[in-house]
Design a protein around this ligand. Structure first.
Ligand code: HEM
Length: 382
C-alpha cells in the first residue's frame, strides 16, 4: 500500500515483522490500554477507541491529545474515501485523468499533513532514541525482547536499522505509515463489533467472564498482573474474537492485480485484471458457515475449524502479503476486552439489524454503535 522504493518489499516486510515481534515480546504490550481504558470508553464516542494507543506502543511517542488522534483519523478517512472513489471509477485509474479532474491535487493536500505528522513523530522518537541508546551495540534484537528496564518502541527497531544504514528516512516513513494505517482503525473496529455482539449474547459474555475468573485463579500469585502468558490461555475469548472477525471483518475486502492469466475453475481471468476478494461475503457463505448471521463462537472449536478450507476464513488475508500485525492485534483485543469484562457487563443499545454500512476501506457504519456498561459488583481491580 504505502510501500515505495526506499526499501525493498521483502526487506521492509522483514524489518516490519521484527518490529512487531519485538512489540509482542516486550513489556510494551502494557500501554495498549493505558492509562485508563474506562475513562477512554466513557469519554470518547465508540469510534474513537484505539487512537493514541497504537501510536504509543508502536512509536513510543504519546499523542498529546485525542484531538491529534482525531485530526490524523479524519485525514486518513478522507484518504480512504478518495482511494475508494478512484477504485470504483476506472476512468480515474489513469494518472492523467486523475490530475485533470483536480483529484490528484486534492489527494496530495490530504496526504501532505499526514506525512508531515509521521515525520515529526519519527524525529521526536529519533532524538529520544539517540539519547537512550548511546552505543548501538547495546541495541540488539535480544535486548529488545528481554530488557525490562528500558521500554523500546517498535519504531526503535527501525531507527536502529537506520543507524546501521539498512533503511533510509523515506523507508521508515513508509513503514510507519503502513503500521499507523493498518493498525489503527482495524483494531478499534474489531473491538466495537465484538462489544456489539457480546452485548446481545449474555450467555457468551458469562462464559468469557468465567474463563477470566478461572485464568485469574490459576495464578500462583494473586497480585500478579495479567501477562501475555495468561492472555494465551483465554481460549474461549480467542473463539469469540474469531467469530466476531468473521461476521464483521474490519478489512471487508482486499484487492489484487492478477499478474498472469489465471484460471478459476474453468473461467479465465486475464493478466492485469483487478481482482477483489470480498472477505465480508466470503465469511457469509452458508455452505461453509450455516445460518451465517448467527453469532456462534463454537464455529471455531478446533474440530469445526479442521473441517473447513483454510481460505474460507481470512480476516487477516492469507498468503505472502497477509497481515503481519495479527498476533499483535489479537493481543490488543484481548487486553481491552479483559479490562472491560472484569469490571463491566456490556448491555445492548444498537441492534445488529439497525446497522447501515458505508463504503470504505475499513468496515464502517453510518451511525455510531452504542452499548451500555454496567458495573459488575465486587473488587476486580486485578
Ligand atoms: C483486527 C485487526 C486487523 C485486521 C483485521 C487486519 C487485516 C489485515 C489485512 C486483511 C491485510 C491485507 C491487506 C491487503 O492485502 O490489502 C493486512 C495487512 C497488514 N497489516 Fe493488518 N490487520 C489488523 C491489525 C493490524 C495491526 C495492529 C498492525 C500493526 C501494528 C497491522 C499491520 C499490517 C501490515 C503492516 C500489513 C501489510 C502487510 C504487507 O503488505 O506485507 N495490522 N491487515
Amino acid at each position: 500500500m504505502v510501500r515505495g522504493n526506499a526499501i525493498s518489499k521483502q526487506k521492509g516486510r522483514t524489518i516490519a515483522s521484527n518490529v512487531l515481534h519485538a512489540a509482542i515480546a516486550s513489556p510494551l504490550v502494557d500501554p495498549v490500554i493505558s492509562p485508563n481504558p474506562f475513562a477512554m470508553l466513557a469519554n470518547a464516542p465508540m469510534d474513537q477507541l484505539d487512537g493514541p494507543e497504537i501510536n504509543e506502543t508502536a512509536m513510543g511517542i504519546k499523542l498529546d491529545s485525542m484531538t491529534m488522534a482525531n485530526e490524523y483519523r479524519s485525514r486518513i478517512e478522507g484518504i480512504g474515501t478518495m482511494l475508494l472513489e478512484r477504485l470504483m471509477n476506472p476512468w480515474l485509474f489513469e494518472d492523467f485523468n486523475y490530475k485533470l479532474t483536480g483529484l490528484q491535487a486534492k489527494f496530495n493536500k490530504l496526504l501532505q499533513p499526514v506525512h508531515a505528522f509521521t515525520r515529526s513523530i519519527i524525529q521526536q522518537r529519533r532524538e529520544l532514541f539517540h539519547q537512550n541508546v548511546r552505543n548501538l551495540g547495546d541495541f540488539s534484537e535480544e535486548n529488545i525482547y528481554t530488557n525490562i528496564k528500558q521500554r523500546y518502541a517498535m519504531l526503535d527497531t527501525l531507527l536502529a536499522a537506520e543507524a546501521k544504514e539498512q533503511i533510509d528516512e523515506e523507508g521508515i516513513r513508509e513503514e510507519v505509515d503502513t503500521f499507523m494505517f493498518e493498525g489503527h482503525d482495524t483494531t478499534s473496529a474489531a473491538i466495537i463489533f465484538t462489544l456489539l455482539l457480546i452485548a446481545h449474547s449474555p450467555e457468551v459474555q458469562e462464559r468469557l467472564y468465567d474463563e477470566l475468573q478461572q485464568v485469574a485463579l490459576s495464578r500462583t500469585n494473586p497480585e500478579e498482573e495479567f501477562s501475555q502468558r495468561y492472555y494465551n490461555e483465554l481460549k474461549y475469548m480467542d473463539m469469540v474474537l474469531k467469530e466476531s472477525l468473521r461476521l464483521y471483518p474490519p478489512v471487508p475486502f482486499i484487492s489484487r492485480n492478477i499478474s498472469e492469466d489465471t484460471y478459476f475453475g474453468d473461467r479465465l481471468v486475464p493478466k492485469d485484471t483487478l481482482f477483489n476478494v470480498h472477505i465480508f461475503d466470503l465469511h457469509r457463505d452458508p455452505a461453509v458457515f450455516p445460518d451465517p448471521e448467527r453469532f456462534d463462537p463454537d464455529r471455531f472449536l478446533p474440530e469445526n475449524v479442521e473441517r473447513r478450507s483454510p481460505y474460507a476464513y481470512v480476516p487477516f488475508s492469507a498468503g505472502p502479503r497477509n497481515c503481519i500485525g495479527q498476533r499483535f492485534a489479537i493481543l490488543e483485543l484481548k487486553t481491552v476486552l479483559t479490562a472491560i469484562l472484569k469490571n463491566f457487563r456490556v448491555l445492548p443499545v444498537t441492534k445488529r439489524e439497525e446497522i447501515i454500512f458505508v463504503a470504505d476501506l475499513i468496515l464502517r457504519t453510518k451511525d455510531p454503535i452504542m452499548v451500555k456498561f454496567e458495573h459488575r459488583p465486587g473488587d476486580h481491580s486485578n
